[in-house]
Write a protein that binds this ligand. Structure first.
Ligand code: FAD
Length: 610
């Protein structure tokens, strides 16, 4: 039979492509495969059908079945929802690639830019059940046989990137590595939106697009977006990777899926007594490497000479010049050795991208979160839809393993936004919907998202248990967008200036309905809400039977906020946008979140009775 022909060179190349373990090998084998089958990978629209037709190989067929199943979902409208759209995705991290796959299934032309030319991150990501299900559906097991076998629920970052890169290429996504995005180039003459790249002569610099997705990781913020800082108490994370020789003895050693100090005082006390290492928590995953991530106490790092000098500023404290690399290696090694009961006796560090021992120390004290997830810019009549996904949207706290889960949720939400854009939905509505969904992201947990993983799609309603896609009035959304544009871009916006009054109207409505309450003086949409009394007053004004104002103290801020949040959630179905503790303790209340929340309160109280 032709499809079992062992000498067919394209079959052998396909096998090499599937098994490739470096970014370079994946790209080389893919190019070779395209050559052998005489298919132009740039011909994105017909690439995948041609590949299926010409590569008549049983191993490939099992993969096509999986990809076809995903592609046949009604959301993609047979790959025609976004045929007119051209999307530039910045960053080939897991979230950029996952977004690119969805955009290509929608029928868009997709180009991904990645500044690195290798995937070298050994660190291991915790996967929520839905991400495992999702990746299996994309054929993860075909590319990586060990993928989440048994009860395993993690994968190294590089292995995940490799899987997603292969799927992207098969679906016709153009992925360029070794090219750095340096900014957007505004339309001029007949040209639309383009990107400034390094090297400048890179062919992707000529690509014109109407959708720009930034998945540049950590602190990469494109123009027009603003990050806010969430500052917690000092948290110093250490990651370390050791070579996994895959011996029977290593296989026996139990993983530690998260031991926090509060749950195992004895273990941490013994660790401290025997080694002088003082940790808040530790996680150990056995993957391509033996991977450890731990949160260490500053005092013990100073005592063990890992940190040379004490500074109150976390950046100064962890600056490379203030860290003794050798001592850090010893610290991480000893913590790993002790926590695995000495059962990993030959702990030898794996190498990082720079060929050094793979150990790193990070500051988790300050996390970033984008204020908005989407924007539309317009120049010379050419609109550009912009979206953020992954770590550059919400920076995760790694020990909680939220990075990939929330990253993938945002990738799907973003694809949903691009779908609406492609289908001609008014752009304010597109943005309104995206921002409404974004407000839910930071609260998502495996428990409060749908358990019906098989039904997950880019439609947010299949994933979030409670999502109101039109939670806020269009004029208020436009006010938010306008506010952001005016503040951050400092250019004339194309929105109707009359929409500027959205915030003022909301403020006036709040003032009207909280007037006369003791210790309540609403003058803005941020600080005036800190004590929680204004929210309680609003509830009391509309539903006096729900709350007893006489029992509330102005100083009891957390209680007041928690009470109001609970009533609004229970009685009106409005989920809180932040925790009561955050609202009460936050030095700077996030205006966008409060506007979003209060608008829902306003809508609920002013909705006509059913
Ligand atoms: P990333 O994975 O960070 O990908 C962003 C990509 O964009 C990168 O490949 C980067 O090279 C590229 N890029 C950035 N700027 C440009 C530009 N201007 N032009 C072109 N390309 C650009 N999570 C855990 O759960 N556990 C861990 O131990 C852990 N360790 C980490 C270690 C490091 C060094 C980093 C950076 C992240 C780590 N994370 C860890 C976070 C985790 O990697 C992310 O949550 C996850 O990879 C999803 O990220 P992403 O795709 O949004 O961004």
């Amino acid at each position: 039979m032709a499809d079992q022909d062992p000498v067919n060179p394209s079959h052998a190349t396909f096998d090499l492509f599937i098994q490739a373990q470096t970014c370079k090998d994946v790209k080389n084998h893919f190019a070779e495969l395209c050559k052998q089958l005489n298919i132009d990978p740039k011909d994105f629209r017909t690439f995948y059908p041609k590949l299926k037709e010409r590569l008549n190989y049983w191993k490939a067929k099992a993969l096509w079945t999986k990809l076809d199943k995903r592609a046949s979902h009604q959301d993609y409208q047979q790959g025609k929802a976004c045929t007119k759209n051209k999307c530039l995705v910045l960053g080939a991290g897991p979230c950029g690639l996952r977004t690119a796959i969805e955009l290509s299934l929608l029928g868009a032309q997709v180009v991904v830019l990645e500044k690195r030319d290798s995937f070298s991150r050994n660190n291991v990501l915790h996967l929520w059940p839905f991400t495992i299900y999702d990746l299996r559906g994309l054929g993860a097991k075909k590319f990586y046989g060990k993928f989440c076998t048994g009860s395993l629920d993690h994968i190294s970052i590089r292995q995940l990137q490799l899987i997603l890169l292969k799927v992207s290429l098969l679906l016709g996504v153009e992925v360029h590595t070794g090219v750095e995005f340096q900014g957007l180039v505004e339309p001029s003459g007949d040209n639309g939106w383009m990107a400034k790249l390094q090297p400048t002569s890179h062919p992707a610099a000529a690509f014109q697009f109407d959708v720009f997705i930034s998945a540049g990781g950590g602190r990469f913020v494109p123009d027009g977006f603003k990050h806010k800082e969430l500052r917690g108490k000092l948290a110093i994370g250490i990651t370390a990777n050791f070579i996994n020789r895959n011996t029977a003895a290593e296989a026996q050693v139990a993983e530690i899926s998260g031991v926090a100090r509060i749950y195992n005082q004895k273990f941490f006390q013994e660790l401290l007594t025997e080694t002088g290492i003082d940790l808040e928590n530790i996680v150990y995953y056995k993957d391509d490497t033996h991977y450890f991530v731990m949160t260490a106490k500053k005092k013990s790092l100073l005592k063990k000479g890992v940190i040379k000098q004490d500074y109150s500023d976390a950046e100064e404290l962890l600056a490379p010049a203030n860290v003794d690399y050798e001592a850090l290696c010893h610290y991480a090694h000893d913590a790993a050795y002790f926590s695995t009961g000495g059962k990993l006796p030959d702990l030898e560090f794996a190498q990082n991208y720079a060929g050094q021992r793979d150990v790193a120390m990070f500051d988790f004290t300050c996390m970033h979160r984008a204020e908005n997830a989407s924007l539309v810019r317009e120049r010379r009549g050419k609109k550009l839809l912009m979206g953020l996904v992954g770590d550059c949207l919400v920076e995760p706290f790694w020990p909680l393993g939220t990075g990939i889960a929330r990253g993938f949720l945002a990738a799907f939400d973003t694809a949903w936004m691009v779908r609406s854009w492609g289908m001609g939905v008014a752009h304010l509505k597109v943005l309104a919907e995206r921002e409404s969904i974004y407000q839910l992201l930071s609260q998502t947990t495996p428990e409060n998202t749908s358990k019906n993983y098989g039904a997950y799609s880019i439609n947010p309603k299949t994933r979030y248990q409670r999502v109101n896609l039109s939670a806020i009035h269009p004029n208020q959304v436009s006010a938010i967008i306008l506010y952001l544009l005016n503040r951050d871009l400092n250019h004339r916006s194309t929105f109707d200036p009359s929409e500027r009054s959205g915030f003022e109207e909301l403020l006036k409505w709040c003032q009207r309905h909280t007037a006369g309450y003791k210790n309540v003086n609403v003058t803005d949409l941020t600080q005036s809400w800190k004590s929680g009394l204004a929210l309680c007053a609003l509830i009391h004004h509309f539903r006096p039977q729900l709350i007893d104002m006489s029992g509330l103290e102005e100083s009891n801020t957390i209680h007041n906020n928690q009470l109001a949040f609970s009533i609004l959630e229970r009685e009106l179905g409005i989920p809180p946008v932040m925790s009561a503790i955050d609202l009460a303790n936050s030095g700077q209340i996030d205006k966008l979140s409060m506007v979003f929340y209060l608008t829902q309160v306003q809508n609920a109280f002013t909705a006509p009775a059913k």
